[in-house]
Design a protein around this ligand. Structure first.
Ligand code: G4P
Length: 530
């Protein structure tokens, strides 16, 4: 096997999703600990203290204790090269999560054992389902009192509509948490409350057939419950089926406690075996094999001002095939330009490392002089690859933006346009005027706050946002009637996007239907194309 094939085949690229506070950051930090990427897990984390997670770099994230943007972490473990894509936990940023999932080959969903499926798990999961990638479930915080295990599984199946297959099974929880039973290896692994932040913990592995030793380790009562549960489980739960897992139809479930570091390595080891190598991707009706093709990548995220001192704009790309080497010429397919990627780097929170090479499965960040858009393809000049675009979500909240100091017009327009190019917000104009009146649309209301904060902090511009009552947006695909003559409902508003394409805003769904009825040949779409 060539060196390139070997490098690609050892890559595992996954996103990690959860409702805020379920333990995503703690789990990520423990993964890194196993990879030797950090020495003491505590250095990564601590919202309540002054320490901050490596992946939480933006000021607003620190202040609010939420993850607004996603970042990428890479480490080696057990012969694998692992890329973790962190995602914002809050549902208001689910569009960002969706884009990140486009760059991942599988997803790890972290659930708090005491809370079960939470509202944002539901929304994020839906987004995951749209992608159809394998989903692995880690039920966390078993060192605390947790819900009944069967009920937790039932909830995942009912609420998220995916069959579950427990790979291990918890023995007790909270103060009486004794460890897990590994169904595959048929062993009991006992829990030891390891020193927080370190990976050395003493666990004992006992074959389930050694009943006396199991009883001694977990107690008579717990042992009996475990044996009963195993029997029940073997009869009731879905069978392990790797093919169904890889199609996203069955989720393997693991239990553990990220904080005390129990069950994390067991999870990691199984996960790495079950998840896939970098997947082939669709381009112009053809699947592009990661190994057989030369370098190609697509942009899934753009982020300005990641480093305030440098005021730069970074385009994040997922490499889909082949190898990237420093100084190679590449083609930006959308513009047809052949160029050299400027100082590609691996970005780990605040730290950046210039890369000499990277392979399919890896994420690289390159300086963007303003030519890349989300969804763009980059490939070797002779190749003809155009990856499928990334759809944008229809905004559901709208506001008029008023600039407080009108003298700073230039900064304002620059700031709001740049933030819109990142895809966090969408901007529109009144139908008959230019940039003087800007209407901003967002998927989640928290994005308004992020916009205001970023304009103030990164562009030194104060704004006022006046909420508008519209909730439904439609692009006009075709119309037999002239735009001015479209007969709408009284709650309809005409606007245009930055490419001067007309759009309609409505307060309620009913008005959308009414407007369609009243205008013959009118065709509307919920999605705009880039
Ligand atoms: P998130 O990224 O999903 O938002 O969650 P995060 O890891 O930040 O964890 C949220 C809180 O839950 C943290 O407590 C963390 O220490 C705690 N936690 C994570 N995993 C476990 C676990 O397995 N068991 C228990 N008992 N707690 C867990 P915090 O008080 O908000 O922060 P900190 O002061 O501990 O840093």
């Amino acid at each position: 096997m060539s060196n390139i094939a070997e490098e690609i085949n050892k890559r595992r690229t996954f996103a990690i999703i959860s409702h805020p506070d379920a333990g995503k950051t703690t789990l990520t930090e423990k993964f890194l600990l196993y990879g030797g990427a950090i020495n003491l897990a505590g250095s990564v984390k601590g919202k309540a203290t002054a320490r901050h997670a490596v992946s939480d770099w933006m000021e607003i994230e620190k202040e609010r204790g939420i993850s607004v943007t996603s970042s990428v972490l890479q480490f080696n473990y057990g012969g694998y090269c692992i890329n973790i894509l962190d995602t914002p936990g809050h549902q208001d940023f689910s569009e960002d999560t969706y884009r990140t999932l486009m760059a991942a080959d599988s997803a790890v969903m972290v659930i708090d054992g005491a809370k079960g499926v939470e509202p944002q798990t539901r929304k994020l999961f839906k987004v995951c389902g749209m992608r159809g990638i394998p989903i692995f479930t880690f039920i966390n915080k078993m060192d605390r009192d947790a819900n009944d295990t069967f009920e937790l599984l039932d909830e995942i199946e009912k609420e998220l509509g995916i069959a579950t297959c427990p790979v291990n099974w918890p023995i007790g929880c909270g103060k009486s948490f004794k460890g897990v039973y590994d169904r595959h290896k048929q062993t009991v692994i006992t829990y030891s409350d390891t020193e927080k932040g370190t990976k050395e913990g003493e666990t004992t592995v006992i074959p389930i057939s050694d009943e006396a030793a199991v009883e001694e380790a977990v107690g008579t009562e717990r042992k009996q419950v475990l044996f009963d549960e195993i029997e029940l489980l073997d009869g009731a739960s879905a069978e392990y089926d790797l093919d169904a897992i890889r199609r996203g139809k069955l989720t393997p479930v693991f239990f553990g406690s990220a904080l005390t570091n129990f069950g994390v390595e067991i999870f990691l080891q199984y996960f790495l075996q079950m998840t896939t190598t970098p997947l082939a991707r669709m381009s112009n009706d053809e699947l592009i094999d990661p190994v057989k093709n030369d370098f190609s990548a697509f942009v899934f995220k753009i982020q300005a001002n990641m480093n305030k001192a440098h005021r730069d704009r970074i385009a994040f790309m997922r490499i889909c095939s082949g190898k990237y080497e420093a100084d190679m010429d590449v083609k930006h397919v959308q513009s047809g330009k052949v160029m050299r990627l400027s100082r590609p780097q691996q970005i780990m929170a605040d730290e950046r490392k210039i890369l000499d090479e990277a392979y399919a499965g890896d994420i690289i960040g390159v300086f963007d002089p303003g030519i890349f858009s989300i969804g763009d393809t980059i490939c070797t000049p002779k190749a003809d690859i155009r990856y499928e675009g990334i759809p944008t979500f229809a905004p559901e909240h709208f506001a008029r933006v008023r600039q407080i100091d009108t003298m700073k017009r230039k900064q304002f327009v620059k700031g709001i346009t740049q933030i819109a190019q990142e895809g966090a917000i969408q901007i529109f104009q009144e139908f008959n005027t230019g940039m003087e009146e800007i209407i901003v649309g967002v998927v989640g209301v928290l994005q308004f706050e992020v916009l205001k904060y970023r304009l103030e902090n990164e562009y030194n511009v104060d704004i006022k946002l006046e909420p508008l009552p519209y909730e439904h947006i439609r692009w006009i695909v075709s119309s037999e009637t002239e735009l001015d003559k479209i007969v709408g409902t009284s709650d309809m508003k005409k606007i245009k996007d930055l490419k001067d394409r007309p759009l309609l805003l409505f307060i309620n769904e009913w008005s959308v239907g009414m407007t369609l009825d009243r205008n013959k040949g009118l065709e509307l779409s919920e999605f705009g194309t880039a």
